[in-house]
Design a protein around this ligand. Structure first.
Ligand SMILES: [Ca+2]
Ligand SMILES: [Ca+2]
Length: 231
């Protein structure tokens, strides 16, 4: 077999792998220090922008890094189980009934001219609303048993998941509105935070063109290999 043909075959295979990898490119959406867009809610007793910081999870919470993407429990302040700040408890002046939002986190992503797929999972202590492009996907669960009694809560089986949801072109926005319904008077008795892990997949720019070129190359390779050998 002609060595040049073998080399061409390897090049075509590499080209195709590049093209296929481009089609499946996934971008993570994870809770992390400095991530998302954070705004304080009326329940916090304050207003304006906030910066997410990583907090220490309660032992009963869904452990961090739920899907291997590095997501961490986050909050507007040090409100974790070893924290120094109590997110205003239910019954406090700013959060009298536990139903005033403490913080809102927004994640935006742009599919451009493509459609794409969204994967996303979220947990909260004590609970949260989740919106996609301004539409409510699931409302906060104002019950109390180790955070909410069910979805959206903080325990491993209380996460809310979106699996391979097909979305249209352009800009998209996930919005998490988090609540503190617990009445404990310290962060140790009543921690507060949010955890989310997801990704989105869109065809990489030019991936379809590359795939077309790769298929043309493969066709050429097959025709060449079919020729009788003169060696
Ligand atoms: Ca629970
Ligand atoms: Ca709490």
């Amino acid at each position: 077999m002609n060595a040049l043909i073998r080399i061409a075959g390897v090049a075509v295979a590499g080209f195709m792998m590049t093209a296929i990898a481009g089609l499946a490119a996934a971008t993570p959406i994870v809770s992390k220090a400095g991530g998302g867009s954070c705004t304080l809610g009326p329940g916090s007793g304050s207003a304006g922008a906030c910066t997410l910081q990583q907090i220490q999870a309660h032992p009963l919470w869904q452990p961090a890094n739920p899907d291997g993407r590095g997501a961490a429990w986050v909050s507007y302040a040090d409100t974790g189980i070893d924290g120094s700040t109590l997110a205003p408890k239910s019954g406090s002046v700013s959060n009298p009934d536990g139903r005033r939002s403490i913080m809102t986190i927004t994640e935006s992503f742009d599919f451009g001219a493509n459609t794409g797929l969204l994967n996303f999972a979220v947990w909260a202590d004590d609970t949260a609303d989740l919106y996609l492009d301004g539409a409510l996907l699931i409302a906060a669960n104002f019950t109390d048993n180790v955070c909410a009694r069910g979805t959206i809560g903080c325990e491993p089986n209380e996460g809310y998941r979106i699996v391979e949801l097909l979305l249209g072109t352009g800009l998209h926005e996930l919005t998490i509105v988090a609540y503190q319904t617990g009445t404990g008077a310290s962060p140790q008795a009543n921690p507060f935070g949010v955890l989310y892990s997801g990704n989105y997949e869109v065809p990489a720019p030019g991936a379809l063109g590359l795939l077309g070129l790769a298929l043309l190359g493969l066709g050429y390779f097959r025709r060449t290999r079919a020729m009788p050998s003169t060696a």
